[in-house]
Design a protein around this ligand. Structure first.
Ligand code: B1M
Length: 225
């Protein structure tokens, strides 16, 4: 992920600010256009993601929390972000890294937030994992079945709601009961989580963001990030 404190030329900085404003307004077409433009200038995909998209979504999140924006506007912003991520996806995933494992990833039951989870999935793909993305609202049965079917060695769970994060414990208990816990490393993430929570639910590692999820997965499977 891009260094948020990196110095950007003024014209690039203002390009990203305009992109954030368009994302806030849920304007998919201009956001996609600005994404292509930044890439054409030679901006690394991780910079476009961090400075244009994630930074814009942070403002949306704050105003949503403050009651300034409501679900329909946030949904439009999320869709604009997804449209731009479609452009970045091949750049983040097609790195030519040799396969190092198979990962199953999903957003837990009751939760439909998928942008951060998709980002982690893309970056794991780029790092050389085959990624089975189960989508959102994933229950324990579905996680277990996918781990078995694909003989996965990495499980990623995402939750964005304080009400859904406890479900991770249910999934991990099921892994233990079904004799699969030793087979997979379990990485968890999402805005309301922290390392203490990961420890409580007996996950292996809490990852603050997608970059950390890649570094941790690489380290666990013994490859430099
Ligand atoms: Co929701 N929402 N939302 N929302 N939403 C939050 C999470 C919230 C914090 C907003 C707020 O109040 N400020 C709040 C949660 C409060 C809480 O629980 N404490 C909230 C709420 C309340 C709700 C609803 C209940 C609102 C309602 O209906 N009244 C509802 C719940 C629906 C449900 O899930 N059942 C709801 C709905 C929605 C939308 C559908 C409108 C939309 C989601 C669209 C979608 O995802 N397709 C939405 C959005 C977009 C947000 C915010 C604004 C942005 C989330 C996002 O995509 N961020 C969010 C506010 C916020 O988080 N500040 C909010 C960008 C993304 C890149 O970041 O997902 O955090 P994030 O991922 C990060 C890290 O967390 C980490 O890496 C990523 C960065 O690299 N990460 C992992 C994530 N998963 C990981 C997994 C890993 C490792 C790292 O390993 C496996």
């Amino acid at each position: 992920m891009a260094d948020p404190f990196v110095h950007l030329p003024p014209e690039v900085q203002s390009h990203y600010e305009a992109m954030q404003d368009d994302l806030y307004d849920g304007l998919a077409e201009p956001v996609v256009k600005a994404t292509r433009q930044a890439l054409a200038w030679g901006q690394p995909p991780a910079n476009v993601l961090a400075h244009g998209l994630v930074a814009g979504m942070d403002v949306v999140g704050k105003d949503f929390g403050a009651g300034i924006l409501f679900v329909p506007e946030v949904l439009r912003a999320a869709n604009a972000m997804k449209a731009a991520m479609d452009i970045l996806r091949p750049l983040l995933t097609e790195t030519g890294a040799p396969k190092i494992g198979t990962a199953v990833i999903g957003t837990v039951k009751g939760d439909i937030h998928d942008i951060g989870k998709n980002l982690v999935g893309m970056m794991w793909e780029g790092a050389g994992f085959e990624v089975i993305n189960l989508g959102v609202n994933v229950d324990a049965d579905k996680f277990i079945a996918a781990i078995r079917q694909h003989n996965a060695n990495l499980l990623g769970m995402s939750a964005l709601l304080t009400t859904t994060m406890p479900y991770m414990a249910t999934v991990i208990e099921r892994l233990e009961q079904d004799g699969l816990r030793e087979q997979v490393k379990v990485l968890v993430g999402g805005a309301p989580l922290n390392a203490a929570f990961a420890e409580d639910v007996r996950a292996d590692v809490y990852c603050r963001d997608a970059a950390e999820a890649v570094a941790v997965a690489n380290a666990l499977f013994k490859r430099d990030a």
